[in-house]
Design a protein around this ligand. Sequence first.
Ligand SMILES: C[S@@+](CC[C@H](N)C(=O)[O-])C[C@H]1O[C@@H](n2cnc3c(N)ncnc32)[C@H](O)[C@@H]1O
Length: 239
Amino acid sequence: MTSISHQEQQKIWDKEHLNPHLLLPMHAQEASSGVIQFWEWLRDKQESLHGIEMGCGKGRNSIWLAQQGITMTGFDFSPVAIAEAKQRSHLAGIDKNITLLVHDAITTWPFKNESFDIAIDCFASTDIESATGRHFARDEFRRLLKPDGYLMVYTLSTEDRFHQSLLEKFSTEEKNAFLHPTTGKFEKVFDREELLDFYCDWNLIEERRIDKVATFFDKEYLCRHFWMIFQPKKQVSVQ
Ligand SMILES: C[S@@+](CC[C@H](N)C(=O)[O-])C[C@H]1O[C@@H](n2cnc3c(N)ncnc32)[C@H](O)[C@@H]1O
């Protein structure tokens, strides 16, 4: 098998959220280091922010950002993940500062144009199994962000050792993508050129590589994740 349907991908994610075994940090309560870096970069720039996280999973990032004072909205297509995120936000006592909902990123997002100041894609578009779906999600980010808003993209790279090994053996028809050998889950990894091409209608405001050691199945691998902040390019109106 070298491809997967959207329904299959969603089922695999719901199962992973129910019985975490593949991506353990996603089930932790601590925010991702990429999101913490974004907040540190952002916090003196603007006040009273509204933020959105696509594919928020069990809410570790959205809940943490809400605790920092941002009014957050997080959504995920996994009902299991959102139920857990709601419970966690309730326990954290920040219900009023956060909206969590089940929604699929590849169908129109239920929010008004230009209603958010910041947006987060923390390893989420990497899990959308079609290029069309990823393009759709990117364009929804653009529709919902205010013109001076920021999108933070934290994502996998072709230089991550674990993902390199999977790309060698389990690649799909799409470039730099593989189906995970145990779950069949689709993952897309990126090289820098692909990312810049994908975000060609956005200005790259800040870029870092985040080097870290990640453990997959009891083995340590070096990772070189991409961390990028984009802002929508101004649309030129033709008279
Ligand atoms: C790698 S996890 C990252 C979760 C979260 N951003 C974090 O850092 O903890 C990817 C998340 O994207 C969600 N996801 C994948 N495809 C999606 C889609 N089409 N719509 C909404 N959520 C999706 C998955 O359910 C999963 O929770």
